[in-house]
Design a protein around this ligand. Structure first.
Ligand code: 3PY
Length: 262
């Protein structure tokens, strides 16, 4: 049972929840479940989808009456384990093509958070990542959006080089753009042994977005051992962060959001 204080707003990640439905039916399912905001990993097979594909997604989001509040840039073949293109010499051209399409879609839907995953090694190139992040940030600035950098856990992502809040902060500092911030995915950080309560207390003002799941298992809050009652209380009290909290957990069958009613 998890107490949710006033002042926290949640959105549903439609790439990990409602996956039993076709993509275009998921925004309406989120609305029916009581949400007015959703987020997405890049949902297309390539970096530059057709106008018809983009229009269909836009229509589905608008018809459902929800707002897109987070969108990942194309991160390669996520189902095959790829986790971003930013720093990959063989993926950088694809990332650059995607910047336009992702920023355009985000702009049309009023989405102000764009997540750029770094890319798996071996062979990632830090300088390339910095160049690509600056390009993405400069394009995102044109629609008033922030680009976020996420740390993933190394148990599930053994070849992903950014696996701590500190590593993400260092990259963000190196990029040196006002609209580049940290995506605090509390599940990944907790799996890496970080003290997520202390992170919220000390660094909430550096968060551009927050995502949650419980650890272990990446299920709903309450399914694992993370102190979500306290996490929510600290997030609500933190002076620095007033954005959405993305529900990025797996759940099969009914009851995915019962923890909110508890
Ligand atoms: O790949 C993952 O696990 C993510 O959280 C991507 O945003």
């Amino acid at each position: 049972m998890t107490r949710v204080p006033e002042g926290l707003t949640f959105d549903v990640n439609l790439s990990i929840l409602f996956t039993g439905l076709p993509l275009l039916e998921r925004p309406a399912a989120a609305a029916k479940a009581g949400f007015d905001a959703v987020e997405l990993w890049w949902p297309f097979g390539g970096p530059d989808p057709s106008g018809a594909e983009l229009a269909a997604l836009r229509q589905a989001v608008e018809d459902a009456g929800v707002r897109l509040v987070g969108l990942n840039f194309d991160a390669g073949d996520m189902a095959a384990g790829e986790r971003g293109l930013l720093a990959r010499p063989d993926g950088s051209a694809r990332f650059q093509v995607n910047i336009d399409a992702a920023v355009r879609l985000a702009g049309e839907l009023g989405c102000t958070v764009l997540n750029a995953l770094y890319g798996n090694g071996p062979g990632t190139d830090r300088d390339l990542a910095v160049v690509n992040l600056r390009r993405a940030a400069d394009a995102a600035a044109g629609i008033g959006a922030t680009v976020v950098v996420e740390a993933l856990n190394s148990h599930e992502n053994p070849r992903y080089p950014i696996t701590s809040s500190q590593a993400a902060f260092e990259l963000i500092e190196q990029v040196d753009r006002a609209n580049v911030a940290f995506l605090a995915d509390l599940y990944h950080l907790h799996r890496m042994g970080e003290d997520v309560l202390a992170l919220i207390d000390r660094h909430a003002d550096r968060f551009g977005h927050v995502q949650i799941a419980d650890d272990p298992g990446r299920g709903a809050p309450g399914s694992g051992r993370m102190p979500y009652g306290e996490i929510f209380a600290r997030l609500a009290a933190a002076a620095g962060y007033r954005g959405h909290v993305g529900l990025e957990y797996r759940h099969e069958g009914p009851g995915a959001f019962d923890w909110r009613r508890a």
